[in-house]
Write a protein that binds this ligand. Structure first.
Ligand SMILES: NC(=O)c1ccc[n+]([C@@H]2O[C@H](COP(=O)([O-])OP(=O)(O)OC[C@H]3O[C@@H](n4cnc5c(N)ncnc54)[C@H](OP(=O)(O)O)[C@@H]3O)[C@@H](O)[C@H]2O)c1
Length: 215
């Protein structure tokens, strides 16, 4: 069974990644700033206490694991963390012996999926109305993180872009490359978790940026 590291396991999407990893009998190590949030699972997982911008903690997290799954994020202005965290994570991967694969959660509308999304009326509305409200810097931070991953040497990563996350039951997911049309923009966090967990053993999207839509 693979050993995986999870970043963001205490979050709204990461909690499904964590539970799914345990359901699949993976060996699980998580990074947590507040380990008490995971007290109910402390006998089943290894917890590394720390923040994603702490290189020592990140080296402990990634050393010896096969795959890293990250749903890192914050919308607390101005402490955007994704670029900073990904920069440190990439350093930790590059200096590790095991060179784990990395599945990174990002957002549709970034990178080469921008053109893909222009054809969606819903997404165009969201960009015009929501982005200014929640802060375009949040998306700029995620874009810089994507750029770091694409440029990183010796790192085998998947950039997994999601649109609007819902709390609904899983419906299944479909993967689209940026030259393919968009699908249903609303996707369950459970389906995001399913893709990330499937990618632990499925290497077909390694080195790619993909968008995830509801099946
Ligand atoms: N909402 C959407 O529709 C949408 C769509 C596409 C992409 N996204 C992006 O997808 C990502 C995940 O979304 P989400 O809703 O699941 O986020 P979330 O509920 O806010 O979870 C974020 C996770 O990141 C962790 N984290 C934050 N700062 C950290 C740090 N310095 N060190 C270690 N861990 C840290 C949090 O840990 P703590 O418990 O310690 O705070 C939490 O576990 C975010 O980047 C979000 O912007 C969201």
């Amino acid at each position: 069974m693979p050993t995986i590291a999870i970043i963001g396991a205490t979050g709204a999407t990461g909690k499904f990644v964590l539970q799914g990893a345990l359901d699949r009998n993976f060996s699980v190590r998580v990074l947590a700033r507040t380990p008490a949030k995971l007290d109910h699972l402390k006998d089943k997982i290894e917890i590394i206490k720390g923040s994603v911008d702490d290189l020592d903690a990140m080296k402990k997290l990634v050393n010896g694991v096969d795959v890293i799954l990250s749903t890192l994020g914050t919308n607390k202005k101005p402490n955007y963390i994704v670029e900073k965290g990904v920069r440190i994570l990439l350093q930790a991967i590059q200096s590790s012996d095991s060179k784990p694969r990395f599945v990174h959660m990002s957002s549709v509308g970034l990178g080469d999926s921008k053109a893909q999304c222009k054809k969606s009326l819903l997404w165009t509305f969201i960009v015009k109305v929501t982005f200014p409200l929640i802060g375009s810097e949040l998306f700029a931070d995620m874009q810089r993180a994507e750029d770091l991953i694409i440029q990183a040497k010796d790192v085998n990563a998947i950039i997994m872009r999601a649109a609007i996350l819902t709390e609904k039951d899983a419906k299944g997911y479909q993967v689209r490359l940026s030259n393919e049309p968009t699908g249903n923009m609303f996707i369950s966090r459970r389906d995001i978790a399913a893709f990330m967990l499937d990618a632990v053993n499925d290497t077909s999207y390694d080195g790619k940026a993909i968008s995830l839509f509801t099946a």
